[in-house]
Design a protein around this ligand. Structure first.
Ligand code: BGC
Length: 375
């Protein structure tokens, strides 16, 4: 659709206070397949763009305390850019998001071998679904519009043996933007053979709207009394540990930069924060409070709620200025952070973790609410 027509539609949306989903062609994959992009708008003027490639969140604009809108996520301006995405910006990650030790797990007595595509601390592991995870495949998107929300439902079937995982896995990932300024990411899946999974939404946030600034000055609360200590390969050692008295304690709001340089083994292994916190189960309706992130400069605030047991807080420690993204900006160290609701990392190898197994007849269901406001 032409930009001018899109602008008129967005203006009309704002005037009449409704939500809307619009689609257009983003570009083509190297094999010629067309890729769609969708624009969601809500009554207060928030704009969310999502694409069929990787079921990726391309951008999200929300207001600061003065009503100024800005994009809050790292990524690329064009589909060509997104095709080079090795940082999982905005992605839907799977079949198993986060790490699996040594790329191996056993299920019902059979051992499965996966790609070892990551090696923090020089120790090989499987990360985010392997060489070609769900962030690098073409999903099929369908829009929907309701009275107070609009969105896109993406579907994709990962074949038995895809990246070494057993079972044909049918997935549905839905992005919904509503008039309460919430972006909801929801994943559902069924399988025809037992498998393991951990579908994860992987956006990189900088609530200031300025992707050249550090997120060390953002204030974070994690509704978690425990975290998962890891070995130097960032694989959880098995047990959870109390956060009390450590720089991992975000039960009260703390600036991220306040303790990130402390002499503390977990921070040393992670090169900063890069761990899973076990949620304490503070309920809001049927969901659990996971995190609250606030940028004191602009007042922009994002709360995260989920039905999952854990959240990975990754502080952008591996961003090192080698990736050039939106607006030709080079993404430097800790200019964005990820808050990924999920099951426990390496759950398939940890009997103490909540089960990550999905069996035929069961439905996997992961809900993640991002609620935006300005304080
Ligand atoms: C992990 C990081 C990893 C990053 C890759 C995060 O989920 O925690 O260790 O480098 O994903 O984008």
């Amino acid at each position: 659709m032409k930009t001018s027509i899109l602008k008129i539609l967005i203006a009309a949306t704002l005037m009449f206070g409704v939500t809307q989903a619009e689609e257009s062609i983003f570009g083509k994959l190297p094999d010629g397949q067309e890729v769609k992009i969708f624009v969601l708008t809500n009554a207060s003027g928030m704009t969310v763009k999502v694409t069929e490639y990787g079921a990726i969140l391309v951008s999200i604009e929300a207001a600061d305390r003065n009503g100024k809108f800005a994009d809050l996520s790292h990524g690329y301006d064009t589909l060509e850019g997104w095709l080079t995405n090795t940082s999982y910006f905005g992605s839907t990650v799977g079949r198993f998001g986060n790490r699996i030790a040594d790329g191996k797990f056993s299920l019902d007595g059979k051992t499965y071998e996966l790609a070892t595509n990551n090696d923090p601390g020089g120790i090989h592991c499987h990360l985010h679904g392997g060489l070609k995870g769900y962030d690098k495949v073409l999903w099929k998107g369908e829009t929907f519009e309701k009275k107070n929300s609009s969105g896109v439902i993406f579907t994709y079937t990962s074949k038995d043996g895809d990246e070494g995982y057993p079972g044909n896995l049918s997935m549905e990932v839905t992005y919904t933007l509503n008039n309460n300024n919430e972006l909801i990411w929801e994943a559902k899946a069924t399988t025809d053979a037992p498998t393991v999974l951990n579908l994860v939404h992987h956006s990189y946030w900088n609530l200031s709207g300025d992707a050249e600034t550090s997120i060390n000055d953002h204030e974070l609360t994690l509704f978690a009394d425990h975290y998962l200590p890891t070995n130097k390969g960032l694989i959880p050692t098995g047990d959870k540990a109390p956060v009390a008295g450590t720089p991992m304690d975000f039960t009260k709001p703390h600036l991220i930069g306040e303790r990130v340089g402390d002499q503390f083994e977990a921070l040393k292994f992670g090169g900063g924060y890069d761990h899973a916190w076990v949620l304490s189960g503070q309920k809001e309706g049927e969901l659990t409070r996971a995190a609250k992130l606030r940028d004191p400069k602009t007042g922009r605030t994002m709360e995260i709620l989920t039905n999952q047991p854990a959240i990975q807080f990754y502080g952008g420690n591996f961003l090192d200025g080698t990736v050039t993204g939106k607006g030709e900006i080079t993404y430097e160290h800790r200019t964005a952070l990820c808050l990924e609701t999920e099951g426990w990392p390496d759950a398939p190898n940890n009997p103490k973790a909540p089960s990550a197994i999905l069996r035929p007849g069961e439905t996997y269901s992961h809900k993640m609410v991002h609620r935006f406001s300005a304080e």
